[in-house]
Write a protein that binds this ligand. Structure first.
Ligand code: SAM
Length: 254
């Protein structure tokens, strides 16, 4: 399949996204390290630091894929229970993704004993129509997932629906680099090197070209922050990471 530079019609987007993540699931973690030069680990660490997990937290990680963010949150929840003599609830982390093969990769990591694995629950579901009741989670994260969702505003509205009052929404997503020199390096890297890496590691240049394109099409930071406001999130913040390569958004359901 060739995913060119044309606009993707809405009805085709979910099929393409499904095909992309089916194709890449087995090499996904390896590709993440290669493509981001390991930086995705720092971005995810920053997300979890800012989220500040607390004992007993009921967390939902949407578009959670192989569980990278979820394992981090679960292991910090577990650290509380090791450090405390009380029997208070440790908390739980639900990983929700539309693609079962991504979740299976994550479950395989948990069964190999990756820290935090026992606190994880794996659920197939669509970010636009989450299979959870209203007000069921203290916090919600979506890392490098929202740009793949077909109706972004609907996913944001549903995030707010499943959060408890006072709950926190956080999102990591690729953004746009504005600094002139960095922008040139970034464009060269993402348009030329990432698809080649996709071919070399995953034998799938088209999927990685599609991922690069989806980053270009994602709304700028101001526009995405406005969508968070429309979803009724409050105290919205946007932190720029690595010169704008990534942005981290935070908001509360108050
Ligand atoms: N959050 C993980 C991480 O940071 O490593 C995975 C990110 S991966 C780039 C994007 C994920 O979004 C894929 O696992 C894909 O299946 C999932 N996804 C795409 N559309 C979705 C939707 N509508 N609802 C839930 N998950 C979706």
């Amino acid at each position: 399949a060739s995913f060119g530079y044309e606009e993707v019609p809405e009805h085709e987007k979910s099929q393409r996204v499904g095909a992309v993540f089916n194709n890449v699931s087995s090499s996904y973690d390896q590709m993440n390290d290669a493509m981001s030069l390991g930086l995705h680990r720092l971005w995810k660490d920053r997300l979890v630091t800012k989220l500040s997990p607390f004992p007993g937290m009921q967390h939902l990680d949407v578009a959670g894929g192989t569980g990278d963010v979820a394992f981090r949150i679960a292991s910090s929840l577990q650290a509380f229970s090791f450090g405390s003599s009380s029997s208070c609830d440790t908390g739980s982390v639900t990983v929700c993704d539309i693609n079962e093969s991504m979740l299976q990769q994550g479950q395989a990591r948990a069964s190999k004993g990756l820290p935090g694995g026992q606190l994880l629950r794996w659920v197939v579901g669509d970010a636009e129509n989450l299979p959870f009741p209203d007000a069921s989670f203290d916090s919600y994260t979506i890392a490098f997932g929202i740009r793949n969702v077909t109706r972004i505003q609907q996913a944001l509205d549903d995030a707010v629906r499943v959060l408890k009052p006072g709950g926190r929404f956080m999102c990591l997503e690729f953004s746009h680099v504005d600094m002139p020199l960095l922008k040139e390096v970034y464009d060269l890297y993402s348009f030329n090197i990432i698809p080649k890496l996709g071919k070399a590691i995953a034998n799938d240049e088209a999927s990685y070209q599609y991922l690069v394109e989806s980053i270009r099409r994602f709304p700028p930071r101001e526009e995405f922050s406005a969508m968070l406001e429309i979803a009724q999130l409050q105290r919205i913040e946007c932190e720029i990471l690595t010169g704008g390569v990534v942005a981290m958004y935070s908001g509360f359901k108050l």
